[in-house]
Write a protein that binds this ligand. Structure first.
Ligand code: NAD
Length: 421
């Protein structure tokens, strides 16, 4: 058991360990890194502080970092994403401090972030830039001791780039999200599948024949649209970027403004990283029984304050994590997971086999930063390409898939400019 922790129920530790081991079966790349780390101890003597979704997959990342010789502490990056059994197992069986309780209020959420920062970490891991933001706003005394911070998600990277542009960034950060082996797979296939999983677990709705509206056709939106179509939905995409909109159209989806889609949709999912994508003007025209959810990072994509103002009655937890808003026009709109990430609030988050790559990148990026200690420039760094390629290569090997190699003639041809017809 770790020295300090704040978790909901230590008695869940054994159940959590079983699920962590189950996830580990599907995380062979991260497992190989853990085994190497256990021998080489590349993180020896370092204190690492993580603010991530407290799931079984994250547990395996924490185990790998600890095997590398680091002292590790973890808090949640979302009040509704914590799996209490995983939290209990991480602290009880793997000796890592965890500060996370599912459903914690905002005050507790920030107390937990501060408890991780109290360990004076030299590397932080964020999923949404909450730790970095707290360090820059209130815990600036920690800045001299910080080697780097690693960022897991699109919204976090966007914020960090905005900080760098404003000259406000004071520590080196690594955009793990932007590694190819992260966003091409985690955001697309992970979010795609688990978002649908969250909707189905919360509602048990039949997707076939329904009109599903996807707001945002980025990596996550594409994945979700693909899965909704696969289950037989009629999919509408809304976008603000003309290129993404053409892509959605040529992928075979209907594209229109939300003002029009709002009248047609049965199920709505926002995945934009933007604010108030669904708002009063849309709620007013939605059909009776419309289901609304979000899989973007923050709970700001659906304007729940406006929805409440339009409502004459709100029944919370009509069934777990389904709130019913009855509008003054008599129609009822159902909101899943309080507008927070539906895949983590209502299901288990991404499958382990896709988090295998994301977290392998995290572990290798931490090692990369640790070996450079104070030599990294204060900026947003890309994950080195060779590291990304290494993760892809090992993942393919673990899947038993072989690919071709360039012949010497092809290497020469691809580097030449003289040869033509
Ligand atoms: N649920 C999860 O587990 C999970 C996993 C990964 C990423 N995320 C989060 O999901 C969000 C999207 O990530 P991504 O990687 O797909 O980003 P992305 O940048 O690839 O895509 C976002 C898309 O939304 C579009 N958009 C922005 N404002 C819009 C609006 N008002 N209406 C319609 N479209 C709009 C953008 O043009 C863009 O195409 C981010 O907040 C990210 O942090 C969630």
């Amino acid at each position: 058991m770790a020295k300090t922790s704040d978790i909901a129920n230590p008695r869940l530790a054994d159940a959590g360990r079983g699920r962590i081991e189950w996830a580990d079966r599907d995380m062979p790349v991260l497992r190989a890194i853990r085994e190497r780390f256990a021998k080489e101890k590349p993180l020896k003597g370092m204190r690492l502080g993580a603010c991530m979704h407290v799931t079984t997959e994250t547990a395996n990342l924490m185990r790998a970092l600890k095997a590398g010789g680091a002292e590790v502490s973890l808090c949640a990056s979302n009040p509704l994403s914590t799996q209490d059994d995983a939290a209990a197992a991480i602290t009880t069986h793997y000796g890592i401090s965890v500060f996370a309780r599912r459903g914690e209020d905002t005050k507790t959420f920030y107390r937990h972030l501060n408890q991780v920062l109290d360990t004076r970490p030299s590397i932080t891991f964020d999923d949404g830039a909450d730790l970095v933001s707290l360090v820059h706003k209130k815990r600036t005394d920690l800045i001299p001791g910080l080697v780097a911070s690693l960022e897991e998600t699109t919204t976090g990277v966007i914020r960090l780039r905005a900080m760098a542009k404003d000259g406000a960034l004071r520590i080196p950060v690594i955009a793990v999200n932007d590694a190819d082996t992260k966003h091409l797979f985690d955001n697309r296939y992970g979010t795609g599948q688990s978002t649908m999983d969250g909707i189905v677990r919360a509602t048990n709705a039949l997707i076939a024949g329904r009109t599903v509206v996807v707001a945002g056709y980025g990596w996550c939106g594409r994945g979700f649209a693909m899965r909704a179509r696969g289950l037989g939905a009629n999919v509408i995409v809304t976008e603000v970027d003309p290129i993404k909109a053409i892509e959605a159209l040529m992928d075979g989806y209907r594209v229109m403004p939300m003002g029009e889609a709002a009248r047609e949709g049965d199920i709505f999912c926002t995945v934009t990283g933007d604010i108030h994508v669904l708002r009063a003007e849309h709620f007013r025209v939605m059909k009776e029984g419309a289901i609304v959810c979000n899989s973007g990072h923050f709970d700001v994509e659906i304007d729940l304050v406006a929805l409440r103002k339009l409502s004459k009655k709100v029944r919370e937890n009509l069934k777990p994590l389904v709130d019913a808003y009855t509008l003054r026009n008599g129609r009822t709109i159902y909101v899943l997971g309080q507008g927070r990430l539906v895949n983590l609030a209502c299901a288990e988050g991404h499958p382990a086999s896709v988090m295998d790559m994301s977290f392998a990148v995290q572990a290798l990026a931490a090692e990369w930063a640790a070996t450079r200690r104070k030599k990294l420039a204060v900026q947003v760094h890309e994950v080195p390409k060779e590291l990304d390629a290494r993760v892809a290569k090992v993942k393919l090997e673990t899947m038993g898939v072989r690919i071709d190699r360039l012949t010497p003639e092809q290497v020469k041809y691809l580097a030449s400019w003289q040869m033509g017809t």
